[in-house]
Ligand binder design. Structure first.
Ligand code: SAM
Length: 282
């Protein structure tokens, strides 16, 4: 498709980070073919609505809002206005959690996902650890409607996840009291951008602010997650929390031995940047 090259150059001009890949993915979505089959789309088949999609991406609307879906590990999620688009770095933390749950000597491990958004973390765990029971907590009503939709979508595509993700509405700071001391693993990708920080237009204009910002140092929600995890976890239970690349040392100290945790570790994402902290409740 010669249109791809034109679209890619328009996207590059607009400052899009991966213009060629985005142009190809939008064209594949618009024509209902795999990206690898784009060479089979003839001039006669070309759908001019592709140019509307290009204009949206030029205006820095997230690619996943245009295609309507985002892939997260082995789950395809619906995403759009009002919900955070799941990121590859969160897949790494979720993989760490899946490995720990898989090796845990517990019949039905109980998981709490604090700030569920699209349901990405909860659904990936339910899909890959079929014995797990996952409690997904989401405070934002609009985001919650996407979580609900994705739980239903995933149950249809992977029936073994059905009934294994329980959605709870409300502030995660005061959530799940009936599970106090009974949770095997707490996981969270909370908001962690410092107020006033400069972010890409895709983030600033299209992601919900409740998913992004958290106090002047960005750590307010992480401190709440630490407090809640201490209440929810059984002795020996584990926490994994995502943070921004420059926050590794600060988040380490939130979960340090001095604060009652053990085996606190910093972990990197695929780009080698500090991305999440794990710890064990003694
Ligand atoms: C960065 S997004 C992560 C979403 C999803 N877990 C993911 O990784 O793609 C953070 C989510 O936490 C929710 N959230 C933020 N503060 C919350 C709070 N105090 N209680 C419940 N949910 C909260 C936001 O609405 C948002 O959906």
């Amino acid at each position: 498709m010669t249109e791809i090259a034109v679209a890619a150059s328009r996207l590059a001009e607009a400052g899009v980070e991966s213009p060629r890949a985005d142009a190809e993915l939008m064209a594949a979505h618009r024509h209902g073919v795999a990206r690898s089959a784009l060479n089979q789309v003839t001039d006669a088949d070309f759908d001019p609505r592709f140019w509307d999609d290009v204009a949206r991406r030029e205006a820095r609307e997230p690619l996943q809002h245009i295609t309507g879906t985002a892939c997260f590990r082995y789950v395809e999620l619906e995403v759009g206005p009002g919900v955070f688009v799941p990121r590859p770095e969160t897949e790494v933390m979720t993989g760490w959690a899946i490995d720990r749950l898989t090796e845990m000597d517990v019949v039905e491990p109980v998981v709490a996902d604090l700030g569920a958004g699209s349901g990405a973390i909860s659904l990936a765990i339910a899909q890959e650890v079929p014995r797990a029971r996952v409690h997904a907590v989401e405070g934002d009503p609009l985001a919650r409607s996407w979580t609900e939709r994705n739980i239903a979508r995933c149950a249809a595509a992977a029936p073994h996840t059905s009934g294994r993700v329980m959605l709870h509405t409300g502030d995660f700071g005061s959530a799940l009291h009936d599970l106090d001391g009974a949770v095997d693993l707490v996981i969270s990708n909370p908001p962690y951008i410092p107020l006033g920080a400069i972010v890409a237009p895709e983030v600033e204009e299209y992601e919900p602010s409740a998913a992004l910002y958290s106090g002047t140092d960005g750590l307010d929600a992480i401190r709440v997650v630490e407090r809640v995890a201490r209440r929810l976890l059984r002795p020996g239970g584990r926490i994994a929390v995502e943070h921004g690349a420059p926050q590794g040392a600060a988040v380490y100290w939130v979960f340090a031995e001095e604060n009652g945790w053990k085996e606190t570790r910093n972990h990197s994402d695929l780009a080698g940047l500090d991305r999440f902290v794990t710890a064990v409740l003694p």
